[in-house]
Design a protein around this ligand. Structure first.
Ligand code: GLA
Length: 388
């Protein structure tokens, strides 16, 4: 489906028509293939951009006002470019672009008068990084519109957006989501080493299989959830291990190092992180060897570790993953993202996908009373302008 006529139409229902041309910018959501709760522990992750994401439609103004509207939310706001932008709960979704604009200004970049409309085809709160995509879409828009003489490299823009999330919105996330939304590459996954931000692309050659996203439709919330608690538990694990070592990150440690941890819960957290790091490296190797069955095994093990050792899964995720793993068309499945609801992924034989979807849906509904959603979406490029 060509979405651009719809976006332009949406823009003109919200804003008056005039002759100034519209530009459309896009930043994708992401799935994480493997490497969960690893970014803030300094290890490798393997996310990929997806074809669902955030669109920003922009039209320059002749004054110094930024008008912010959304085709999904009622909240609208008018900002003056010279003002200092502050986080207010009642400003809802507009806090994300406000944070981005403020941090761009702090970094010496320009923002200017513009009418903006945001549209999303990404389910929110589903673990597909809608907030990172919103940040990147607005940051990229401002770069292209007002800083084309000195655009910031996309890696740096990702870091700036992570700072917005950490220091403006107040969510202590790692770098993975913003990096993926900025740097994703069509038909590739990114292997990102989160302590150095060194990265490489690996082809997602899935041959007769498809990457299926399964949304449990159990909403999750990251801010104020268990996420920050897990970060603290990981920091504690590192502190204890460092009684005998001098590691900078928990991912620098080996599995034998965790014997020193007496607290069983903290030990389990460390075990997940260190074993997950190893699974990312193994998955990369199996992708390179074209051994998708082995890739699938790593996904299954990752889920088990997230469920038992890191305890960030939930009944709905476990149910859908368990159903997928036991379906003959599927060679591997795991939850993706922070956990506590949201989405899981599965590698599914493409020709059996309709069957898979039907059977899993029915059984999942019976157990949870929730209707799941399935997306068989393409692997997409990172933030870019759309020439329509
Ligand atoms: C969320 C965070 C990421 C990462 C994942 C878990 O998506 O925003 O930084 O920590 O959870 O892997």
């Amino acid at each position: 489906m060509n979405i651009y006529p719809f976006l332009i139409n949406e823009f003109y229902t919200k804003y008056k028509t005039n002759d100034t041309p519209l530009r459309i910018f896009f930043a994708p959501g992401r799935v994480n293939i493997i490497g969960e709760h690893i970014d803030y522990n300094g290890g490798p992750v393997m996310p990929a951009g997806i074809s669902m994401g955030i669109y920003v439609i922009a039209r320059l103004r002749s004054d110094n006002e930024i008008h912010l509207k959304s085709s999904l939310h009622k909240k609208e706001i008018i900002l003056k470019t010279e003002d200092t932008f502050t986080f207010y709960n009642y400003d809802g979704w507009t806090n994300y672009p406000k944070g981005v604009f403020q941090f761009l200004k702090n970094a010496g970049y320009k923002i200017g008068g513009v009418d903006l409309l945001v549209y999303s085809d990404l389910p929110g709160g589903a673990g597909l990084s809608s907030s990172a995509a919103v940040e990147l879409a607005f940051a990229y828009t401002m770069m292209q519109l007002f800083n084309s003489d000195k655009t910031m490299p996309l890696e740096k823009l990702a870091v700036l957006c992570q700072q917005v999330e950490n220091k403006f919105v107040g969510v202590n996330c790692g770098i993975m989501d913003q990096f993926a939304s900025a740097m994703a590459k069509k038909d590739h996954a990114i292997v990102l080493q989160c302590d150095t931000l060194a990265y490489e692309y690996i082809p997602m050659n899935l041959r007769e299989y498809s990457l299926v996203i399964m949304n449990t439709n159990k909403q999750r919330s990251l801010a104020g959830s268990e996420f920050n608690k897990r970060r603290e538990e990981c920091e504690l694990a590192l502190q204890i291990i460092n009684e005998a070592h001098q590691y900078k990150y928990l991912c620098d440690a080996d599995l034998e190092d965790i014997d020193i941890i007496k607290d069983e819960l903290i030990k389990k957290r460390a075990k997940h992180v260190i074993s997950e790091k190893q699974r990312v490296l193994a998955t990369k190797k199996y992708f390179e060897q074209g051994d998708l069955v082995k890739v699938g095994e790593q996904l299954n093990e990752s889920h088990q570790s997230l469920k038992v050792d890191f305890e960030v899964s939930c009944i709905e995720l476990d149910t859908i993953v368990d159903l997928a793993q036991n379906h003959p068309a599927c060679i591997g499945s795991r939850m993706t993202g922070a956990g506590f609801g949201g989405c899981a992924i599965a590698l599914v034989a493409t020709h059996q996908y309709p069957n898979f979807k039907l059977e899993i849906s029915e059984k999942y509904k019976l157990t949870t009373n929730l209707e799941p959603s399935f997306y068989k979406c393409a692997i997409s490029d990172g933030a870019h302008e759309i020439k329509y």
